[in-house]
Design a protein around this ligand. Structure first.
Ligand code: ADE
Length: 248
């Protein structure tokens, strides 16, 4: 039976999305996950929600214990992970409120534990393939869900993940555009790598909340502006998950 882990990003970690839920504490060899795991169901499917930045949003991106989060979901029995994340747009055509079914990442983080392998066993070298890090089937279901809900969405997009918590300079933002990144955030690459290493199919649905810092015809991104867009649009992400999860 499928058990779906949902990692809720900032503003997208609403526990009301399912019924009959209970909290479970899952310490791991890597430390504690960002929040208790909330186990419940959507339809007949068991779902486990984890708030990436803690339930009170107290954990900045660099301090998120991504290894503990992924390891906790694994030991709680998750067979698939759907992650949600707010992102800045690096493209004119990705508007505020649009959803993006991410298909590639560029990792620009600088100080994170990004691997479960701190040493190799003798003659057991492990270098995890990462060419196509998002699960094809989960991505297809997310795309189909966006179509059926008639959401403004993009069926692919490359996310660049920065260390944060500061936003990018204009020069950095322009550089990420030149590199081919479409959207920007502070969490997804780390999580994607670890989910792949541990062997849980993983996909991420992003919501564009701002135009980062590259556009000279508008104010650079602020947290207040991001929060406002979340609040106005989070229900669409929740509806999408409700539609997609029973199909997994
Ligand atoms: N999350 C949402 N918007 C962002 C931005 N512009 N940069 C980094 N992370 C973000």
């Amino acid at each position: 039976m499928a058990v779906i882990g949902i990692i809720g990003g900032s503003g997208l970690d609403n526990p009301d999305i399912f019924s009959n839920s209970r909290d479970e504490i899952f310490p791991t060899p890597y430390g504690d996950p960002s929040s208790p795991l909330k186990r419940g169901s959507i339809g007949d499917i068991e779902v486990i929600l984890l708030a990436r930045h803690g339930r009170e949003h107290t954990i900045p991106p660099t301090q998120v214990n991504f290894r503990a989060n992924i390891a906790a979901l694994k030991s709680a029995g998750c067979t698939h992970i759907l992650a949600t994340t707010a992102v800045g747009s690096l493209r004119e055509e990705i508007h505020r409120g649009d959803l993006i079914v991410i298909d590639q990442f560029i990792d620009f983080t600088k100080q994170r534990k990004m691997s479960f392998y701190e040493s190799f066993e003798p003659q057991k070298v492990i270098h995890c393939p990462m060419a196509d890090p998002y699960d094809i089937r989960l991505r297809k279901l997310l795309v189909e869900g966006c179509v059926s809900q008639k959401y403004a969405f993009h069926n692919k997009g490359t996310v660049v993940t920065i260390e944060g918590p500061r936003f990018s300079t204009r020069a950095e933002s322009q550089m990420f555009r030149a590199w081919g990144a479409d959207i920007i955030n502070m969490s997804i690459s780390t999580e994607t790598v670890l989910a792949n290493e541990i062997g849980i199919p993983y996909a991420a649905i992003a919501m564009s909340t701002d135009y980062d810092s590259w556009r000279i015809d508008e104010e650079p991104v602020t947290w207040e502006a991001i929060s406002k867009v979340f609040a106005e649009n989070a229900a669409r992400v929740t509806n999408l998950l409700r539609e997609v999860i029973p199909k997994i």
